[in-house]
Write a protein of this length. Structure first.
Length: 490
């Protein structure tokens, strides 16, 4: 019980720091969209370059973070040797990447469309290389169960990032998009200094035999990671090459900014993951585990559908997250991107079957298929339909990955999901969304009032069918029927 309590405590710390960090980063969206008009293409540059950063981060860490956790807990390996080998390997790869990018900075920048601003590419290359190296000290903190230090440093980085951005873009009224990347580099260097105790005080040793074994373990994780991150970023990287209009950066900026509103769903999914994943692996051998999987799936879908209705129902208020009205033309992507995020969450929920039976290659296959679908939709339809095809590409990609994982999983690890109950909520949410769309032309106050009634109705159905108030923690006691005992007399 003590181990499980520790898991919950660490999960809460990691999860809270991650969600708060994402939320604070979320606050940069109104700042950037207020400073950069859609026509300037400034936010399009940010969207495009950070898509590359996400992919490069996966390539530079190449699954070694997870591999470090696996090998440092093996009985026949020395944890310090594993740590030193991992640090040296990731550090060497990151250094070589930085050298190559800086040597060939001009042609690389031109290929990416930033020949007039190669400094953007150079600064972010150095930043992502340092970030990739720091992933291992952060993994070391988690392995050493230093959750508080981990969370504190993550939050410090976010807070300083926001303060520097406010200083330049708000108080100094700066307009140079390059400062987004300079600030990121400064904060990454600050983190490297704060983590100095995590890569000092021990002998740096590269065990070549151990490294070969670790690399054989990490490559499937790398494949899975590449496919997964491409599902999230490929559209933003491809867009400049396949969109035929002269307003490419403007359109990409609109898509990137409005997609941020839908990232509320990503926060919910990540919170679910932090809370759910440790519990699953902690209880793999429990007989009742399969029932927990099916219930978790059902409630995840129910509450993400509720979040979907809340966002689309109050989009007339939430759109002010994107401060500049020039971007609001892209709000039509929000429901599509949110639906794609729900399917990504379902896909994550389904992924446990192949993790539990040690068949992670299936994850790479499903993600690869989904990525291929996303790429095909983008390449075929973006030239004609612009960023709307990007949104539908993500929807199609995650939908295919989700369905293939479900059907194959039912063969190898069958689970009795309550499909009828889930379908009921999906159909109900779709009907309510249709009613919200029909009311979108009403006056704003009337539309918001109507949507509030619909959301309240959906919530009431959840409580009535699947969440009796008496079962809720803390407040549930106020809804339980009194249990009167009749005193017997002789």
């Amino acid at each position: 019980m003590g181990k499980l309590t520790t898991i919950f405590k660490d999960t809460a710390i990691y999860g809270l720091s991650s969600i708060i960090g994402r939320f604070l980063n979320y606050l940069l969206v109104p700042l950037y969209t207020a400073q950069f008009s859609a026509a300037s293409g400034g936010y399009g540059i940010i969207t495009n370059i950070y898509a590359y950063v996400a992919l490069v981060m996966v390539l530079l860490t190449f699954g070694m973070e997870t591999t470090y956790f696996r090998f440092t807990n093996k009985t026949h390996t020395d944890s310090q040797t594993v740590y030193g080998t991992t640090l040296i390997t990731v550090g060497f790869v990151a250094l070589m990447f930085t050298v190559l990018v800086l040597v060939f900075l001009s042609p690389i920048s031109s290929l990416m469309g930033y020949g007039d601003h190669p400094e953007y590419v150079g600064v972010m290359a150095v930043t992502v290389a340092i970030d990739a190296f720091l992933c291992i000290p952060f993994a070391h903190l988690r392995q050493q169960r230093k959750a508080v230090k981990f969370a504190a440093l993550k939050l410090l980085n976010i807070v300083v990032t926001i303060l520097l951005n406010l200083t330049y873009f708000y108080w100094m009224d700066g307009k140079d998009v390059g400062y987004v990347f300079y600030i990121n580099l400064a904060c990454t260097v600050m983190l490297a200094v704060c983590l100095v105790t995590e890569y000092t005080g021990f002998r740096w040793l590269l065990d070549k035999q151990l490294l070969r074994t670790m690399l054989s373990y990490s490559w499937p994780i790398l494949v899975l990671g590449i496919a997964g991150i491409l599902n999230q970023t490929a559209d933003k990287m491809l867009f400049p090459y396949i969109y035929e209009g002269s307003d490419m950066r403007q359109q990409l900026g609109i898509y990137g900014a409005c997609s941020k509103i839908a990232m509320i769903m990503a926060m919910i999914t990540q919170a679910f993951r932090f809370a759910y994943e440790p519990i699953v692996f902690a209880g793999v051998k429990d007989k009742d585990q399969r029932e927990m999987y099916t219930k978790a799936m059902k409630y995840f879908i129910i509450f993400t559908l509720l979040a979907f209705l809340i966002v689309v129902g109050y989009i007339d208020l939430l759109k002010y997250i994107v401060r500049n009205p020039d971007y609001w033309v892209g709000l039509k992507v929000v429901p599509i991107v949110m639906a794609a995020e729900i399917m990504m969450g379902v896909y994550f929920n389904l992924s446990f079957w192949y993790k539990i039976i040690d068949k992670t290659i299936w994850g790479a296959i499903f993600s690869g298929i989904g990525c291929a679908v996303l790429l095909a939709v983008n390449i075929i339809f973006v030239p004609k339909y612009g960023y709307m095809a990007c949104a539908w590409g993500g929807f199609a990609g995650y939908g295919v990955a989700m369905l293939t994982s479900y059907f194959v999983g039912q063969k190898y690890y069958p689970l009795n999901y309550p499909l009828k109950e889930i379908s009921f909520y999906v159909v109900l949410a779709f009907i309510l969304y249709g009613l919200m769309r029909a009311a979108s032309d009403w006056p704003v106050i009337a539309s918001l009032a109507f949507n509030t009634l619909l959301i309240a109705g959906f919530t009431a159905v959840i409580i009535w069918r699947d969440l009796p108030l008496a079962s809720l923690p803390i407040v549930g006691k106020y809804f339980r029927k009194p249990n009167y005992k009749i005193k017997q007399t002789l």
